[in-house]
Design a binder for this molecule. Structure first.
Ligand code: PGA
Length: 247
């Protein structure tokens, strides 16, 4: 099996003004030559400016969502091609805040992934169960179903990652046990192999949900954890750098 190159991606969500670009520059300036690829996903308004200030650094820039259509009468939305045009090379798709807040289904996420690939963006596809689903013993079946439904066959041979983000762990300070994370990541790996064969071995499976400097090393060293999708702790360069260094 070919080991995936780890990815540590920061999701700024709806946070960040022009002044916040200093944090992005501090991440780039503080990075050592570690094993991980590093990305920051600012709000759409900052994608172009962040891409400009990070030119020549190893930090990649990503979007947080993209419309499945290329263009048209979709007021307020941004397409994958627009993000790529602004300098993004990755895009987060199917985040639980989009699934819950905007009713995004697996089928829609799958179309968005196809659009991202068409625009040359590397998708980070998010999946994860709610607390009620975990307590009902449905986490594994639900998440593997999300993986099957959200990843189109077009991904075969393409660069992508899956982010396992339990909804109840996002922004709460709660995290699953290392054993629970490993169990889920192994199940996702098995599903990817069923769908795409051994070629999918290079796709990292990220963990997301309350990753911080104090728990990053334990989570990142768990079996089949190929990086992290970091929300709150990616807003401060020092915290994000500590997570990058924990890999
Ligand atoms: P958090 O968010 O690190 O603030 O929990 C993670 C995410 O939603 O990607």
């Amino acid at each position: 099996m070919t080991a995936p190159v780890p990815l540590i991606a920061g999701n700024w969500k709806m946070n960040g003004l022009a002044a916040s670009l200093e944090e992005a520059c501090a991440v780039a300036a503080g990075m050592d030559a570690g094993p991980a690829r590093v990305a920051l996903c600012p709000p759409a308004t900052l994608v172009e400016r962040m891409s400009r200030v990070l030119v020549g650094t190893p930090v990649l820039v990503g979007g947080q969502d993209a419309r499945a259509e290329e263009n048209g009468a979709f007021t307020g939305d941004v397409s994958a091609g627009m993000l790529a045009d602004a300098g993004a090379s990755l895009v987060i798709l199917g985040h639980s805040e989009r699934r819950e807040g905007y009713g995004e289904t697996d089928a829609l996420v799958s179309r968005k992934v196809q659009a991202a690939l068409g625009a040359g963006l590397e998708p980070i596809v998010c999946v994860g169960e709610t607390l009620a689903q975990r307590q009902a013993g449905e986490a594994l079946s639900l998440v593997t179903k999300q993986v099957r439904g959200s990843l189109p066959q077009d991904l075969a041979g393409q660069a992508f990652s899956v982010a396992y983000e339990p909804v109840w762990a996002i922004g709460t300070g709660l995290t699953p046990t290392t054993a629970e994370i490993q169990e889920m990541h192994r199940a996702i790996r098995a599903t990817l192999n069923e769908m795409f064969g051994a070629a999918a071995d290079v796709a990292p499976i990220l963990y997301g949900g309350s990753v911080k400097p104090s728990n990053a090393a334990e989570i990142l060293h768990a079996d089949e954890v190929g990086g992290a999708l970091v929300g709150g702790a990616s807003l401060k360069a020092d915290d994000f750098l500590a997570i990058i260094r924990a890999i």
